[in-house]
Design a binder for this molecule. Sequence first.
Ligand code: SF4
Length: 374
Amino acid sequence: MEHVFYAELAEKSVKREIIPDELCLEILSSPRVELLRLLDAAYQVRQKHYGNEVQLHIINNAQNGGCPEDCHYCTQAKSSTTGIETYPVKAESEILDEAQRAYESGAYRYCMVFAGRGPSNSRIERLAELIKTIKSQFPIQVCLSAGLINREGVDILKEAGLDRLNHNLNTSEKHYPNVCTTHTYSDRMDTLKAAREVGVELCSGLIVGMGENSGDLIEVAKTLRELRVSSIPVNFLLPFEGNVFSAAPDINPDYCLRVICLFRLLNSDAEIRVAAGRELHLRSMEVMALYPANSLFIDGYLNAKGASRSRTLKMIQDAGFTIKADKSLEHLLERETERGESLSILNQDNAMKNLNELRPSFRAGNIPGESDGL
Ligand code: SF4
């Protein structure tokens, strides 16, 4: 494609013009669309809305496991035999302590996640009290993920100060029955519509690598666009033995970056977050995701570890980006050094080879001869 193609693509995206499905398909899979130029086009759009800032999110698994639903990608599902550490809802003091630590770690947003189909009325009331307390104690944005909620429930949470409600669409309507059988795509849509009617910001994303095709991904991107979703976490399937979806998906860094670019171009002013699976599936291309995306998780995901905080912060700094927080990136990195984390990461990256690695034949009992002086 000529240079002008990429410039027009960025321009159309900024004007919120829709991209036809055929072109979306090319973006995802045609070698005619060059990855570096595509990243640059998506970066122009990202820069227009977010400059070079990165928003850091910390996710808190406020309750783990025991979910009656059967989402095939989820370690907390009733269908999963992954053997995760389950626990009931954490005490309020524990959640508040974690909110404080998130704030001190430079997180712009604190995301609380509760497993389950959806909260009861009494849990909604307790969540509302918790949100009020967090908002009164820390200057941090609060996002909640608690399953299916009706309009009355979202209204109570909004009154309490909830900034955003997360409820991922995950995949297209057509593919949804292959991903979950205990609730439907329209159940999920109803929750998103209820939140939108009440005026709470929406956070809704997807998981790439669940057997969907490119058309499914395009449909999700366009549906989120119609819903005017403020925040889109783009997850890449983490395969865990014991989940229904336990096989590693056949996706590579090139494809993952194209997906993130597509979501940016179709949702120009949305916060696009590279979420779970970024380390596993983007591999050495991880930093390139910062060009289309403007948001990351630090401290890992729900049940999966991610890159260390210091490694993520250093990646942002090395690429010349800044963070949206009332603390500087430099301050946070110094803090990590004080905690000893930076040092351990440097040691890990520059680790000396041990004897096993230096003399594999020797270890195998194959004694090498005398040095010939070379
Ligand atoms: S409803 Fe949520 S916690 Fe339950 S299985 Fe689905 S994704 Fe997991």
